[in-house]
Design a protein around this ligand. Structure first.
Ligand code: AMP
Ligand code: GLY
Length: 416
């Protein structure tokens, strides 16, 4: 089949690499792609938020199947449009993508179906939100309802910070329409982890857990980023807890069915492991980035077949599903100044592309330059995490880029 991948970061590079050897694949396209993806797919420039443009590419290139990487095209309804033209697509339609697109929808779903999550209240005006805050203990969490590029969650340690967040969202319009309504929720304490499944609306295939490192600096200091590294599997979830979390994921899929919002695609379940058991922090309707990069190499089956069967509602046809026990690690290399103000445009020389994924690079006159905040992803694989870690960090020595920044403590468990 001819396949189109939507997106152009490290996550999409990982997806393209994983499906490029599938026997089911004829031609692979990616929009917009990147210089790394170019080695395995035909890249097409253009706006991934323009559904007519995506449909046009599909028709011109006889695309049979589309895989959507980021959340924005999903909430923007690209899967709805493709399905209406009889093109299968991996990822939820816009109604199911509300699970990430609306915090209020997510919290109400958990409450209705008794899926453990923090206590919360929903507000549409600042006065009611502020008078509610008067009776609450700190810290407390204020969240913009809509998608806010990971910036719409404020953990307030002082009442004044919580009030500021409420005003920024509901009055000052700092988050645009994403902040027209908000959730104020109980602050949860514990270890944070992420669990991933692929579903077709009924059947659930577990991809396991991945650990992400959000803060920019070593020792988990500094502002949060999209993720500076990841590894999978994790060592701190035993099989009983894993079963419990898998059943929460299945319950989520079943609840979505009951709501008439069949969920097809990957579901990223963000959890806090509290002393009262696992609680859902958030759902994402896509693979995490850089979690995807460490989850996919662990899948023994043909990834393209799994994604395709998910989109058709036929995952029950997968009978020999298996994950490798080996560890995979991903170290993100970023531009200096990331996440606030990345300084880009410096030349990068990579001797050998083995296990190097591109995230924010561009090619000019056959030379490679940094383009975004997160620029390269270095993978390491091995029978345990430390072996995988050594492999990844050694590969960094083969990269010449005077400005590069990366955390040296990815995969060092004591630093989390
Ligand atoms: P979200 O996008 O809802 O996952 O929030 C982003 C990050 O904020 C999470 O990854 C957590 O680190 C943190 N967070 C969100 N909700 C809570 C909560 N109720 N208690 C503690 N931390 C939270
Ligand atoms: N790495 C976190 C995310 O993709 O949301």
């Amino acid at each position: 089949m001819n396949v189109l991948v939507i997106g152009g970061g490290g996550r999409e590079h990982a997806i393209c690499v994983s499906i490029s050897n599938s026997n089911l694949l004829d031609k692979l396209y990616c929009v917009p792609g990147n210089p790394g993806i170019e080695n395995v797919a035909t890249c097409i420039e253009g706006d991934i938020m323009n559904n007519d443009f995506i449909l046009d590419i599909c028709k011109k290139n006889s695309i049979d199947f589309v895989i959507v990487g980021p959340e924005a095209p999903l909430t923007n309804g690209v899967v709805d449009i493709l399905n209406s033209e009889d093109i299968y697509a991996f990822g939820p339609d816009s109604k199911a993508a509300e699970l990430e697109g609306s915090k209020i929808f997510m919290k109400d779903l958990c409450k209705k179906y008794e899926i453990p999550s923090s206590a919360y209240e929903t507000f549409f005006d600042a006065d009611s939100a502020i008078s509610y805050l008067e009776s609450q203990n700190m810290p407390i969490v204020v969240k913009a309802n809509g998608l806010a590029a990971g910036k719409g969650v404020i953990i307030a340690h002082e009442k004044s910070e919580a009030i500021q967040a409420v005003n920024d969202m509901l009055i000052n319009n700092k988050f645009g329409s994403a902040g027209d309504s908000i959730v104020i929720e109980e602050f949860l304490e514990g270890r944070e982890t992420s669990f991933f499944i692929i579903s077709d609306g009924n059947t659930v295939l577990p991809l396991g857990f991945a650990q992400d490192y959000k803060p920019i600096f070593e020792g988990n200091k500094g502002p949060n980023t999209g993720g500076m590294g990841s590894y999978s599997p994790v060592e701190y979830v035993d099989s009983n807890l894993e079963k419990e979390i898998l059943s929460l994921a299945q319950k989520t899929i079943d609840s979505m069915n009951k709501e008439g919002r069949t969920y097809r695609g990957v579901l990223y379940v963000g959890l806090m492991l509290t002393e009262n058991g696992p609680k859902i922090l958030e759902y994402n309707v896509r693979f995490g980035d850089p979690e995807c990069q460490v989850l996919l190499p662990r899948i023994k089956n043909d990834l393209l077949e799994i994604l395709y069967l998910s989109s058709k509602g036929e995952l029950n046809k997968v009978t020999d599903y298996e994950l490798y026990p080996d560890s995979t690690i991903c170290v993100v290399i970023s531009s200096p100044g990331y996440p606030e103000k990345p300084i880009t445009g410096s030349e990068i020389i990579i001797k050998n592309n083995y296990n190097i994924l591109h995230a924010g690079t561009e090619k000019k006159n056959n030379k490679l330059y940094s383009k975004g905040g997160r620029v390269l992803n270095i993978l390491g694989k091995g029978s345990d995490l430390l072996i995988a870690r050594d492999e990844a960090y050694k590969l960094i020595n083969g990269i010449t880029w005077k400005d590069m920044y990366y955390r040296r403590d990815i995969g060092l468990i004591e630093n989390e």
